[in-house]
Design a protein around this ligand. Structure first.
Ligand code: NDP
Length: 287
């Protein structure tokens, strides 16, 4: 039976460590405020934003909410970001994505000061990840590194295949695994022989956004399988009790893997823990 990588437990451990660190930093006179901006009232975004605010309260940092109407213009949002960039009491800025159509997400990401970019999306922080400098790293891939390390899984020298090349998961994931001395292959929708490539992986990380796409024949016996995907699937009762599943077919993958993340309770909880980690890092830099 595969080792179940418990994201809930590891994320709780991390939040408790961060809570202690924040207490110490406060004694040394450091304070933190995370500005959380939400444009429009998308219910899923609302849930994410609330969870982030709750996590801030838990570890002991302030969160300031900016709930803007759906019809907010790009200029208005950029003006608010400019104000928060200049405000020395604000240590981190988070703009919940996706944004309404009239707003260019790239412009917004680039407007946030790299020193306050706790999501790690700003090109300056991405550049630091590429060149090996210190900067904020995108939370989901950073959380996966913690999951692996804290579960005692060695990365150096292993063959890692990352399926997916998005800017927020696949690409930073591949760079982080390279930084940890894995030999990395990145696969995507145009990759030929995906099954054969996946079957070479000692560590297979899947972030494609396709429910239960990765079945037994993609997995080498004894591989570590990390499932980033998250999907709601309706159950037999006609959707009354929607269940979550990942990009990996868990029931097929688990018997072949040596370790695997479940969905839910694997990668998901780590994203917020790493956001909190970035917020604490931001306390250490001068705003
Ligand atoms: P994107 O849609 O931005 O990227 C998907 C990537 O998968 C693309 O690079 C695409 O290739 C590739 N892909 C799609 N289909 C295939 C295929 N058949 N074979 C190989 N590659 C394929 O998704 P994200 O990276 O944002 O997210 C991926 C999943 O992770 C989603 O389910 C999302 O909900 C989840 N997620 C979970 C998080 C968490 O906290 N647990 C956080 C972020 C995301 P190409 O570039 O060629 O189009």
């Amino acid at each position: 039976m595969a080792q179940l990588i418990d994201g809930r437990k590891i994320s709780q451990e991390m939040k408790d460590e961060l809570k202690n660190k924040v207490e110490e930093l406060k004694k040394a006179g450091r304070e933190a405020t995370l500005a959380v901006i939400q444009v429009g009232s998308d219910p899923a975004s609302g849930v994410y934003v609330n969870n982030k605010k709750k996590a801030c309260a838990y570890i002991g940092i302030r969160s300031a909410s900016y709930e803007l109407p759906e019809q907010t213009t790009e200029e208005e949002l950029l003006a608010l970001i400019g104000k928060l960039n200049r405000d020395k009491s604000v240590t981190g800025i988070l703009v919940q994505l996706p944004l309404p159509m009239q707003i260019d997400e790239d412009k917004v990401i680039q407007a946030i000061s790299p020193k306050k970019d706790v999501d790690g999306f700003h090109p300056e922080n991405v550049g630091k990840l590429v060149t090996g400098g210190r900067g904020f790293v995108s939370c989901t891939p950073a959380g996966i590194i913690q999951l692996l390390k804290r579960s005692g899984i060695e990365i150096a020298g292993k063959k890692c295949v990352v399926v997916g090349r998005s800017n927020i998961v696949g690409k930073p994931m591949a760079l982080l695994m390279l930084r940890e001395n894995a030999t990395v292959t990145v696969a995507h929708s145009k990759t030929r022989n995906l099954k054969e490539i996946c079957r070479q992986a000692d560590i297979l990380i899947v972030a494609i956004g396709k429910p239960q796409f990765i079945t037994a024949e993609y997995i080498k016996e004894g591989a570590v399988v990390i499932d980033v995907g998250i999907h709601r699937r309706n159950s037999a009762d006609g959707g009354q009790s929607a269940k979550l599943c990942g990009d990996v077919c868990f029931s097929e993958a688990e018997p072949r893997a040596s370790a695997i993340t479940p969905v839910p309770g694997g990668v998901g909880p780590m994203t917020i823990a790493m956001l909190m980690n970035n917020c604490v890092e931001a306390m250490l830099t001068d705003a």
